[in-house]
Write a protein that binds this ligand. Structure first.
Ligand code: GLC
Length: 740
């Protein structure tokens, strides 16, 4: 009887999903419904909603909670992560909905970062496509397959800007640029959440890792982050803001400290900035035991004190830490926190569960027939192939070594050419390496066994050179060599920082041996971060950055190498010449002694290396070439309320149809503070047939030039500006204008 009444109350006041655009009216209605549920809840049940435990289906951190099913049954755990499949989530949901006292449905979270079953390229690879529609599509497909597998919450998008490729988690992000990172963050949120969270094929997005996790000292994961307030607000905050503006309804607090305060205990970050400045209305979940870790940080004596810091900062849900479960009630009873803190946290969590439609139908994500239909659906695999092709970056192509010609005898060499698991990269959710075809298999499929000879040569790691001879023998029998080298998939991602970012093992030595054969060598790279490729770049005739291209990666590499797809990717992180140049990024400051000064000595330089990177931000070649006209401006005077249009005519001057990412940068020449030598303010990816031209126009408005000025107010400053347009951040046409 009680169950029916409670459920009836909840169900009767549930709502049909409406898009966020109606949220204002709907907001009040949901609030009333949440309040009605909360009136029925005991304090323990309220705190239970603030608890998130991992199931034992996947391990993504250092601890596991035993007996989580019992905790669900007792109402002590309202949220589960690392559990999936329609059947298993139905089993757990059933415990919550039919065996707990109040039958409140569970959230099921999972790291669906670049795919659930159909795996897309790693996020850094996707960002190199500069194709926002394809990136949104990737998130949409990931959400569809996740939702079909019982998951209603993904711990994505990762919005951490980073300029340090030693940090392994650059693989999960969108590179170094705030403008591009913001556009990509919004696209991913739209892809995951759609325009209606109550739709059973959309899932809750989670903006992570808030905040500035991507700037650890020395590139070492979890390490201290220390930066000026201005750099945080102008460089690192924008992508998180863009994701929240796009409607993301959960945020994950990060492991790192910022300005001496761990993010998970920072009221500045989680309340002042996130809620008061950005207007975030969803709930905040911690990263994995990051409340407990504040004891290690040295800002709390014990877990109970850490829990106090977290709840006062604005943390609503404790991921795996068991701190809220164990100590929140005691802190309340001791008068250390007001009931309002708990009430507001639970309200925000239940609010989102209502938005997801979980009270309408808690099993809406648990259909096994839908799961069968959606996983690996042909249209999903097609989208993954499209994105994989678009993510690849052609770094070098001397003497038109590429594209290969079908029927050419090629020697394919390297462990990674024959690896399936490495194609998927890190954070692969339910991805399955056995399902896919390796690069070698796809090359053979296309070019024929007889024309495609394989020798491993060496492993991706280690110093075993015993395979060199066989590789050299195979290469002798071929017209061209395709050497696939890079990092093992687990050499990037979480807890995978590197102190040097050279090619691992003896792979480059093998390249040197093969070079001695004087045959054209194509190097295909599989890596989760920029690597220092100075030697490889000297030795290779052509070099293709393939990242970890996902389930369809083998076919994508084949299509690019044989010219079925003309590579169009552009780097979204700078590739340094050596690790000593790090941090290195395109939007640097000029300094008082810039490198271009005439003085041979007294200027900002290295005595053993150029300042410029091996490959700059925005760089990528094509099998064709593009010519840019000079820039024409609609005006050279941009008024406070006006706009300026900057146009170029781009022509395909080569002999293949291709795509070009036209980029627009601006420089504020004189400010109340020093300003970057250039900042990306627009881009457009265009497709041109041979000989075709297109006028590309960028609109610049004053608000795009705003920054935190000397007095920390946010706004613009009148003066002279330069404007640049080109196919990367180095080779640019330039002009100038004034802001009144
Ligand atoms: C991990 C990661 C975070 C992930 C979470 C849940 O430690 O830092 O990105 O979403 O735990 O797996």
């Amino acid at each position: 009887m009680k169950k029916n009444i409670v459920f009836a109350i909840i169900a009767s006041i549930s709502l049909t999903g409406c898009g966020p655009s109606l949220r204002t009216a709907q907001e009040k209605r949901i609030d009333e419904r949440v309040d009605s549920v909360m009136e029925l809840m005991t304090l323990d049940e309220k705190i239970g909603q603030m608890v998130l435990y991992s199931s034992d289906w996947d391990v993504t951190g250092p601890s596991l909670k035993k007996g989580y099913m019992d905790e669900i049954r007792k109402g002590n755990c309202g949220n589960i992560f690392n559990a999936y499949t329609a059947a298993y989530t139905r089993k757990l949901q059933k415990i919550a909905v039919e065996e707990s006292r109040l039958h409140i449905p569970l959230l099921f979270g999972y790291d669906v970062i670049h795919g659930q079953k159909t795996i897309f390229p790693i996020s850094l690879g996707e960002s190199a496509s500069w194709d926002l529609a394809a990136i949104e599509k990737s998130a949409r497909v990931s959400a569809t397959e996740a939702a079909a597998s019982g998951i209603n919450w993904t711990f994505a998008p990762m919005c951490d800007i980073s300029v340090d490729p030693r940090w392994g988690r650059v693989s999960e992000g969108a590179g170094e640029d705030p403008y591009l990172g913001s556009k990509i963050a919004a696209a991913r949120v739209h892809g995951f959440q759609g325009d209606n969270l109550a739709d059973s094929l959309t899932i809750l997005a989670c903006v992570k890792h808030f905040a500035a996790y991507g700037a650890p000292l020395a590139g070492r994961d979890y390490n201290t982050v220390d930066m000026s307030r201005r750099v945080f607000l102008d460089t690192y905050l924008p992508p998180y803001k863009a994701a929240i503006d796009a409607g993301a309804m959960s945020v994950m607090s990060s492991f790192n400290e910022l300005d001496g305060v761990p993010a998970t205990g920072s009221r500045y970050l989680l309340t002042d900035v996130l809620r008061d400045q950005l207007g975030f209305k969803g709930f905040v979940v911690t990263d994995y035991t990051s409340i407990n870790e504040m004891v290690n940080h040295g800002v709390a004596d014990n877990d109970a004190d850490a829990g106090l810091l977290a709840i006062k900062a604005g943390v609503d849900m404790d991921m795996q830490g068991d701190v809220y479960a164990k100590y929140l009630k005691k802190s309340l009873n001791e008068g250390l926190i007001p009931m309002k803190d708990i009430y507001d946290a639970v309200h925000r969590i239940l609010y989102v569960k209502f938005m997801l439609g979980l009270f309408d139908d808690p099993y809406r994500y648990c259909s096994e027939s839908r799961e069968k239909r959606e996983l690996y659906a042909p249209e999903h695999l097609a989208a993954a192939l499209d994105m994989a092709q678009k993510s690849m970056v052609l770094l070098k192509n001397d003497n038109k070594t590429l594209p290969l010609v079908k029927g050419e005898k090629i020697a394919v060499i390297g462990e990674l050419a024959n690896s399936k698991r490495d194609l998927l990269g890190s954070w692969i959710a339910a991805g399955d390496g056995n399902y896919l075809q390796s690069i070698l298999e796809e090359l053979k499929n296309y070019n024929g066994d007889a024309n495609t000879i394989y020798a491993e040569g060496c492993k991706k790691m280690g110093d075993d050179r015993s395979g060199f001879a066989a590789a050299i023998a195979a290469a002798r029998r071929a017209d061209k060599i395709v050497l696939v080298i890079g990092e093992s998939w687990d050499w990037s991602g979480e807890a995978a920082s590197r102190s040097n970012i050279d090619m691992p093992g003896v792979q480059t030595e093998l390249l040197e041996k093969l070079k001695a054969l004087n045959k054209p060598i194509v190097v295909v790279l599989m890596n989760g971060r920029p690597l220092t490729l100075t030697k490889e770049n000297e030795l290779a005739d052509a070099m293709l950055e393939a990242w970890y291209p996902g389930t369809m990666g083998g076919k994508a590499v084949t299509n690019v190498l044989f010219g079925q797809y003309n590579p169009s990717g552009k780097l979204t992180m700078t590739f340094p010449r050596n690790v000593g140049q790090i941090p290195i990024f395109y939007y640097e400051k000029n300094s008082g002694r810039p490198i271009y000064l005439k003085d041979p000595k007294y200027k900002s330089r290295y005595i053993d290396c150029p300042n410029d990177p091996l490959f700059p931000f925005g760089y990528g070649l094509s099998y064709t070439t593009f010519a840019y006209s000079d820039i024409s401006l609609s005006t050279t005077d941009l008024t406070e309320k006006g706009e300026l249009k900057a146009s170029v005519n781009v022509t395909n001057t080569g002999n293949a149809a291709g795509e070009e990412v036209v980029q627009c940068y601006v420089r504020d020449l004189v400010g109340s503070i020093t300003r970057p030598v250039k900042e990306l303010k627009g881009f457009e990816k265009i497709a041109l047939k041979v000989g075709e031209s297109k006028v590309v126009t960028f609109t610049i408005t004053p608000d795009m030039l705003a920054f935190h000025r000397l007095d920390m107010t946010y706004g613009t400053e009148p003066g002279d500006y330069k404007l640049f347009i080109g196919g990367n951040s180095r080779d640019l046409k330039e002009t100038k204008f004034k802001l009144d």
